[in-house]
Design a binder for this molecule. Structure first.
Ligand code: NAD
Ligand code: UDP
Length: 340
């Protein structure tokens, strides 16, 4: 596992966004793709970090390298069950995130988001912690407006195969705002747009990991539908920096706030870029379009730019090249293990 190296350009702005003082920070879902990067960055800044996870879609190997740090602790727990942990800041990142992951156990996904939000907010209510929710661009569903601004209420199918995740996240937002209005809990709701980078699982089924792994293996790249649907891809270091700034912002800054990269591309173009970066012999093939797959997605990040002085710094090709390096290393490790 590589150790954390901040992206170029963050050395100066990190000083601005450093959380005030040393704190105990609880990261629900801390062993996942995003959560593990967040734990790493928080430790790097001197905080004590408690990673709470049930290891359903995350992995211990994502945080193994942090275990030697005396300020890092793991709690094996499911957020659907109540918990009482003393922390002054909580990030609630616990939820399956890739469509195949969240559709595997749809009832479990919905309950993780609803009960997970209730239990996290109850914990924050007791301790007085600030609680930051990892919400999603899926709040907007298959949007009729583009780019999506935070004021747009979305176009979600409540009974389709994405409903378990979309409506779970929407209910969680409702709970966050009702706990804030009713009980005065200090909340922050960030809506994440497609984020990628090292530590995504090889088999998580998301488009970036699928295409890179397929390209590195010279397998067919599987486009679902015509490939004209769009997404806007954010590199993980940029996203984490956005969340750190958000958590350090004053208590009036509660969101919802979009965090993502506004560069919008088609899925077909993404496939072509990945083929170029990997020098792959793979072909592009088309599979049937996925039900309720959003046709377009692009964040309007003016709010984050104004309120957090944040915008992504890592270009798509740079971020993809780093991710290709990561998967290349993982696949080489797998081949070596098979040869032994
Ligand atoms: P991930 O699957 O890698 O991480 C999720 C983590 O939560 C895993 O470690 C998993 O084991 C844990 N978890 C799941 N259910 C749990 C439960 N019931 N109790 C305790 N832990 C549980 O996914 P990720 O991409 O790192 O996503 C993290 C968060 O960000 C999720 O809430 C997701 O909805 C949100 N998000 C991510 C993206 C993205 O592009 N990566 C986009 C929008 C929103
Ligand atoms: N996609 C694809 N091939 C794949 C995986 C995904 O064409 O192997 C498409 C998917 O249909 C969607 C986009 O890529 O239009 C992004 O999918 P992903 O699962 O990464 O995230 P989503 O934004 O849909 O949650």
């Amino acid at each position: 596992m590589r150790s954390f190296v901040p992206s170029e350009g963050y050395s100066e702005i990190s000083k601005v966004s450093a959380l005030q003082g040393v704190r105990t920070v609880l990261v629900n879902g801390g062993a996942g793709f995003l959560g593990s990067h967040l734990c790493e960055r928080l430790l790097h800044r001197g905080h004590r970090v408690i990673c709470l996870d049930n290891f359903s879609t995350g992995r211990r190997s994502n945080v193994d390298h942090l275990l030697s740090n005396a300020r890092f602790h793991i709690v094996d727990h499911d957020v659907r069950q109540p918990f009482d942990i003393e922390a002054s800041l909580i990030f609630n990142f616990a939820s399956p995130a890739s469509p195949p992951d969240y559709q595997r156990d749809p009832v479990g996904t919905l309950l993780t988001n609803v009960l997970g939000a209730v239990n996290t907010l109850d914990c924050a209510r007791k301790t007085g912690a600030t609680v930051v929710q990892s919400s999603t661009s899926e709040i907007y569903g298959d949007p009729n407006q583009s780019p999506q601004r935070e004021t747009y209420c979305g176009n979600v199918n409540p009974i389709g195969p994405r409903g378990c995740y979309d409506e779970g996240k929407r209910s969680a937002e409702t709970l966050f705002f009702d706990y804030h209005r009713t009980y005065g809990v200090d909340i922050k709701v960030g809506r994440i747009f497609n984020t990628y980078g090292p530590r995504m699982r090889l088999d998580d089924g998301r488009v970036v990991s699928n295409f890179i792994v397929q390209a590195l293996r010279n397998d067919d790249l599987t486009i679902y539908g015509d490939g004209e649907q769009t997404r806007s891809f954010c590199y993980v270091d940029d996203l984490v920096e956005g969340f750190l700034r958000f958590s350090a912002a004053g208590s009036a800054c509660i969101g919802p706030i979009n965090l993502g990269n506004p560069l919008e591309i088609t899925v077909r173009r993404l496939a072509e870029i990945i083929l170029e970066l990997t020098n792959s012999r793979s072909r592009i093939v088309h599979l049937p379009r996925v039900t309720d797959d959003p046709r377009q997605r692009r964040p309007d990040i003016s709010k984050a730019m104004t309120e957090l002085d944040w915008q992504p710094l890592v270009g798509l090709e740079t971020g993809l090249a780093r991710t290709v390096d990561y998967f290349d290393g993982v696949l080489a490790g797998e081949e070596k293990a098979e040869a032994i």
